[in-house]
Design a protein around this ligand. Structure first.
Ligand code: GDP
Length: 364
């Protein structure tokens, strides 16, 4: 599955947010209970009202949302790239995630110490990014040294890797994260294999005071500006509020959100923003037994989409029968969509669309 790492300086609200994410009623609503893989790893349901709608139409007994994994990566301090704090462990944890949710302290609270003694989320973001850029540069140097013999021997793969590493090093030495490097489609696979920390997409999470959760504050405005410049994502939340919401049942939570002038929990926005950042989309399988959402990357073809359910579905793939979400709803279900001529049979080269309701036919 897809993994997002929560990072940030100490005392910015990471743990508060992580606990809220994994304890919330929505996270636990799915039929297989919320599972804590490790104390700092949790799976979270991706909220999607379409799934509930489909289940209602089909009279499905169970609703199973798709999930995304969050990892609370504590321990980043200035000097982490030099092995200070939990330095190395921390960097190894970041290497394993698909994207980074970077929590920034935008709330004022004299009782809670800021490691730098001032509130400046843009500077904090730079502090962390700098550590990650240094770590990337060091790992690039090591890898270039390791590659040199193979490159001399004319190994094609090694030559390509060296070229990519040098391009990344050039950007990093000028103070630009690896994600700013332009990478061609046919280089993408090798590029991703480099697992550079600053190549991972970033979502800035502005943690603001409770009464600013709906509108943000001047600090979160600065972060929004920075995110726009970098092409990064950004959301405004109050970790404290999310913590409170996570202890309420669904009805109480809705009332509480309304009182605060919020349309939905910040966590829902955060989860969805993460989903978008990762370039993910959802398809559905719907029947009387269950309505279930599945996660795939945009551009995934039908056999690989089937493979998310089971490897056999991909290996023995024959064809997919599909109805788009809107057509399914308009037809009040599969039969109606069929009558309206919206039911399609698709082959191996079909690119699955967000919201497709799919059946797979395969050779067992
Ligand atoms: P971490 O070190 O980044 O994991 O930070 P924690 O989640 O442990 O939070 C550090 C402290 O800040 C705790 O005492 C939290 O209750 C507090 N805190 C977190 N979010 C907020 C917030 O939105 N407003 C205020 N006033 N305090 C917060």
């Amino acid at each position: 599955g897809f993994r997002m790492g929560i990072v940030g300086l100490p005392n910015v609200g990471k743990s508060t947010l992580f606990n809220a994410l994994t304890r919330t009623a929505a996270a636990q609503a799915a039929n297989f209970p919320f599972c804590t893989i490790e104390p700092n790893v949790g799976e979270v349901a991706v909220p999607d009202p379409r799934l509930d709608k489909l289940a209602t139409i089909a009279g499905s007994k169970q609703i199973i949302p798709t999930r995304i994994t969050f990892v609370d990566i504590a321990g980043l301090v200035k000097g982490a790239s030099k092995g200070e704090g939990l330095g190395n462990q921390f960097l190894a944890n970041i290497r394993e995630v698909d994207a980074i949710a970077h929590v920034l302290r935008c709330f004022e609270d004299g009782d809670i110490t800021h490691v730098e003694g001032r509130i400046d989320p843009v500077a904090d973001a730079e502090t962390i990014e700098t550590e990650l850029m240094i770590a990337d540069l060091e790992s690039i140097e090591r890898r270039l040294a390791n590659l040199s013999r193979k490159v001399k021997g004319g190994d094609k793969e090694a030559v390509e890797q060296e070229m990519l590493l040098k391009r990344a090093a050039a950007a990093l030495s000028e103070g630009h994260p690896a994600r700013t490097v332009a990478v061609a489609e046919d280089e993408l696979k090798s590029w991703n294999m480099l697992q550079l920390l600053t190549a991972k997409p970033v979502l800035y999470v502005c943690n603001v005071e409770e009464d600013k959760a709906a509108v943000g504050n001047s600090q979160s405005d600065r972060v929004a500006e920075m995110a726009a410049k970098q092409g990064a994502g950004h959301v405004v939340i109050s970790a404290r509020i999310e913590e409170e919401i996570s202890q309420l049942d669904a009805e109480e939570a809705t009332m509480f959100l309304e009182e605060l002038g919020l349309h939905e929990a910040g966590l829902d926005r955060l989860i969805r923003a993460g989903y978008d950042l990762l370039g993910l989309q959802t398809y559905f399988t719907v029947g009387p037994k269950e309505a279930r959402a599945w996660t795939i990357s945009k551009g995934t073809l039908a056999p690989q989409a089937a493979g998310v359910i089971h490897g056999d579905f991909e290996r023995g793939f024959i064809r997919a029968e599909t109805v788009g979400y809107d057509d399914y709803v308009a037809g009040s279900g599969e039969a109606g969509a069929r009558e309206a001529g919206k039911f399609r049979v698709e082959g191996k080269t079909y690119e699955v669309k967000d919201g497709d309701v799919l059946h797979f036919l395969f050779n067992a």
